[in-house]
Write a protein that binds this ligand. Structure first.
Ligand code: WT7
Length: 635
C-alpha cells in the first residue's frame, strides 16, 4: 500500500514530487495496489492537450462497482455502506450494509437489463437523496450504462434539455420528494419534461411520498415490484478503462449546459485516492458529505470515493433548517460523524442563526471538516472552526470543478497547516500554473493570475458529450497546452493557493454554478422584456446573489413593476429552477453597450457592487448617457 495513505508533510512533498516527476510509474502503482482489475492496462497514460485527448490505463478491464461493492463482501459485508438519514428525523435512519447494497444494486442491474438497457445507453436519474438514488447510479455502472444524474431541484425545461442532449432512453424518478416541510411533485415535472423527449421510452418510479400520481401505460413502471422480482445475482459487465461512466451537466457562461463526460478507470482511481487522503478516512469512521448527488461532489464524495474505500457514507435527504437549524449537528451527534463536508453557503446560513444550535450538541466525534463549491470567506471559516470544529478539527478547503472529477487543491488534514480562505496546496499529481493575460506562466510566489493545470490527472473529463470542439474551445484554447479552469487565483509567499473567483460570466450563488447567459435567455422569454443583463453582487448568506438589469418593451412600461418582478422570477423558475431567481430587479431604459453591441457587464457589476464612482473610462460606449440613469435608479 505504498503512498496510498500519506501521513506527514514531508511524505506529502516526497509523494508529490514522485507524482510529478514520473506520473506513469506513480499512478500505475496506486492503481495496481489498491483496486481490482480483470486485466491490467497496456499504457498508464496517453495525452495530447492540443487535440485534446487524454487516456488513462488504456487496455485495462474492470467494473467500478466490483471495486465499490463486491470486493468488500469478504471483509466488510456487515459494515454500513450507506447510512440513510431521512428528511424527517422521526422516520429513523437506515443502515444499508455492503451486503445489502450489493444485493440491491444487483437487483437493480437486472431490472435495467430486463427493461432493455444495454451497455453505453444513457439513463437519466432524477431522484431525491434516497437509497434508490445510490442503487440506480451503481446499477448503471454495473451494466455499463452511462448515468446522467439531474439535480431534482431543476425544472422540467432544464430536465428536458439534459435528457435530449444525450438522448436518454430511460428516466428513473420518484413519485415526489420531501424538502423540509414541503413536498415536490417530481413525477409531474418528469411528465411535463417528457412531452418534449422523444428518445425516452421507459420511466421507473420509486415510491417516496406515496402521492397520487398518474402512470402512463407502457412507459411508466413502479420500481419496487420490479426490484422484488429481480434476481440478486448479477455478473458485472466488464468495461474498458476509457468506457464512459457518467455525464454530468454544468452551466457555462454561454449556451446550453455542458455534459461533462467522465470515464471509468481514471475516475475511480482519483476519486478514491483523494477521498482517502483529503478526509483521512479510517476504517471505522462515519463520513458525511451534505452535498446532493446531483453535483460532482456527491458523485465523487458520497458514492464512488467513499465506497471504493469501504467507508460508511451518510446519505442525507433533508435540509439544514428542518425541523430547525440544529439539524446538521443533531445528525453529527446521533451518528458520531467523524468527517463532515459541506459548502460555504450552508455554513453562512447556519452561522446567521447563531452558535446556540451547534452548542446544544455533542460534536466531539468530528475530526475533519471540509468545505467546497466556492471561496469561503474568512468570517464563515472562523465560525466553522470555532463553533463546529471547536478549534479541534482541521478545515479542508477543497477546490475542484465538475470537469475535474476530484479534488485539485486542498490541505491534507493534520498534515498541511491550514490558512483561512486558502485551498493551500495541489493534491498529489496536480500541476497548477498561474497565467497572465498574454498567455505567459507567472512563476514564483506572491503572484496572481488565471489558474491552469499543466498536466492531466486521472479524473479529468474527457469531452463534452456530443461536442468535442466546444470542449477544446472552453478549456484548452485560452492557454496553449494547458487546461484552463476559468478561475483566478493567487499564490502566497509560501506557495499556497487562494481562489479569487471566476474570471468568466459564471456566478456562484449558494454554491450553484450559474451561467448568466441561460438566465438572461429565460428572462427574455417574458413577453414584456426587451433585454436583460445579470450580474452577481456579494450576499451575506449566498456568497453571491443575482442582480438583473432589465429593459422593457412598450407593452411592459405601463405595468406594475412588482407584478413584473414576480412574473420574471416565475419565468426563471420554470426555465431553470428557483436557485436562479433574481434578488434584485432594476428596470432601465437602456443598458450600457460597446460599439459592437455587447452589454458592458463590467459597468453593471460595479453599480451592483455600489462602486459607481469608479467606473473607469466609459467614453468608448455606444450609449454613455444611459449610465447615469442606471446609477440613479440603482437598488
Ligand atoms: C467552481 C466549480 C466542486 C464541487 C462543486 C462546484 C468554485 C469550487 C471552491 C473552493 C473557491 C471554489 C470555482 C470552480 N469552487 N470549490 N474550495 N474555493 N472556489 O462544482 O459547479 O463545477 O463549480 O466552483 O469557481 O470553478 P462546479
Amino acid at each position: 500500500m505504498s503512498n496510498y495513505h500519506i501521513k506527514h508533510l514531508e511524505e506529502y512533498f516526497q509523494v508529490y514530487n514522485k507524482s510529478v516527476n514520473d506520473p506513469e510509474t506513480f499512478w500505475g502503482e496506486i492503481a495496481e495496489e489498491n483496486f481490482i482489475w480483470h486485466k491490467k492496462w497496456d499504457k498508464v497514460l496517453q495525452w495530447d492537450f492540443t487535440k485534446p485527448e487524454v487516456k488513462w490505463f488504456e487496455g485495462a478491464k474492470l467494473n467500478i462497482t466490483e471495486n465499490c461493492l463486491d470486493r468488500h463482501l469478504i471483509t466488510r459485508a456487515d459494515k454500513t455502506a450507506i447510512l440513510f438519514e431521512p428528511n424527517d428525523p422521526k422516520e429513523g435512519a437506515q443502515h444499508i450494509s455492503y451486503r445489502t447494497l450489493h444485493e440491491r444494486v444487483c437487483r437493480m442491474a437486472n431490472v435495467l437489463k430486463e427493461q432493455g438497457v444495454e451497455k453505453g445507453d444513457r439513463i437519466c436519474i432524477y431522484l431525491p437523496m434516497i437509497p434508490e438514488l445510490v442503487f440506480t447510479v451503481l446499477a448503471c455502472a454495473r451494466v455499463g450504462a452511462v448515468h446522467s444524474v439531474v439535480f431534482a431541484g431543476f425544472s422540467s425545461t432544464a430536465l428536458a434539455t439534459r435528457i435530449n442532449d444525450c438522448d436518454c432512453k430511460m428516466v428513473i424518478t420518484s413519485d415526489g420528494s420531501y424538502r423540509g416541510k414541503k413536498t415536490i411533485d417530481l413525477k409531474g415535472i418528469v411528465d411535463e419534461a417528457l412531452k418534449d423527449c422523444p428518445t425516452v421510452n421507459t420511466v421507473l418510479v420509486a415510491k417516496r411520498i406515496k402521492s397520487d400520481i398518474t402512470m402512463v401505460a407502457n412507459r411508466d413502471h413502479w420500481l419496487q415490484p420490479l426490484m422484488d422480482a429481480a434476481s440478486t445475482n448479477h455478473k458485472a459487465e466488464i468495461m474498458d478503462a476509457e468506457d464512459p461512466l457518467f455525464i454530468l451537466y454544468t452551466s457555462g457562461s454561454t449556451g446550453s449546459p455542458k455534459g461533462m463526460l467522465h470515464t471509468t478507470a481514471g475516475y475511480m482511481v482519483y476519486s478514491s485516492y483523494t477521498f482517502k487522503n483529503v478526509f483521512n478516512y479510517q476504517e471505522n469512521d462515519v463520513y458525511w458529505c451534505s452535498a446532493d448527488v446531483g453535483w460532482i461532489t456527491g458523485h465523487s464524495y458520497i458514492i464512488y470515493g467513499p465506497l471504493a474505500n469501504g467507508a460508511t457514507s451518510i446519505l442525507f435527504e433533508g435540509v439544514p433548517s428542518y425541523p430547525d437549524y440544529g439539524r446538521f449537528w443533531e445528525v453529527v451527534e446521533k451518528h458520531g460523524v467523524n468527517q463532515f463536508y459541506t459548502a460555504p453557503t450552508a455554513i453562512r446560513a447556519l452561522a446567521k442563526e447563531g452558535s446556540a444550535f451547534p452548542e446544544k450538541y455533542n460534536l466531539s466525534s468530528l475530526k475533519v471538516l471540509g468545505t467546497v463549491g466556492e471561496p469561503i470567506n474568512e468570517e464563515a471559516w472562523h465560525w466553522y472552526d470555532d463553533h463546529v470544529g471547536r478549534n479541534n478539527s482541521p478545515i479542508v478547503d477543497t477546490y475542484f470543478q465538475t470537469e475535474n472529477g476530484g479534488i485539485m487543491l486542498t490541505p491534507l488534514p493534520y498534515i498541511t497547516p491550514t490558512k483561512p480562505t486558502f485551498a493551500t496546496l495541489p493534491f498529489i499529481g496536480i500541476q497548477p500554473a498561474l497565467m497572465d493575460e498574454n498567455g505567459k506562466e507567472i512563476k514564483g510566489n506572491q503572484v496572481s493570475g488565471r489558474l491552469c493545470i499543466k498536466f492531466p490527472w486521472p479524473s479529468i473529463a474527457r469531452t463534452i458529450w456530443g461536442n468535442h470542439q466546444r470542449y477544446k474551445e472552453t478549456y484548452f484554447t485560452a492557454f496553449k497546452n494547458k487546461y484552463f479552469t476559468g478561475d483566478g487565483a493567487l499564490r502566497d509567499e509560501s506557495g499556497y493557493y487562494r481562489i479569487t473567483g471566476r474570471v468568466d460570466d459564471v456566478i456562484i450563488v449558494s454554491g450553484h454554478n450559474l451561467g448568466t447567459a441561460p438566465i438572461e435567455d429565460a428572462i427574455n422569454e417574458h413577453p414584456d422584456v426587451a433585454e436583460s443583463a445579470i450580474v452577481g453582487y456579494p450576499h451575506d448568506i449566498k456568497g453571491n446573489a443575482l442582480y438583473g438589469y432589465i429593459t422593457l418593451k412598450a407593452s411592459g412600461k405601463s405595468r406594475d413593476e412588482d407584478t413584473l418582478r414576480k412574473e420574471i422570477n416565475q419565468t426563471i423558475t420554470e426555465h431553470i429552477g428557483p436557485i436562479a431567481k433574481l434578488d434584485k430587479i432594476q428596470f432601465s431604459d437602456g443598458l450600457p453597450k460597446t460599439r459592437s453591441g455587447k452589454i458592458m457587464r463590467r459597468i453593471l457589476r460595479k453599480i451592483a457592487h455600489n462602486e459607481s464612482d469608479n467606473l473607469g473610462d466609459i467614453s468608448t460606449l455606444l450609449n454613455p448617457e444611459v449610465v447615469q440613469s442606471v446609477i440613479d435608479n440603482a437598488l
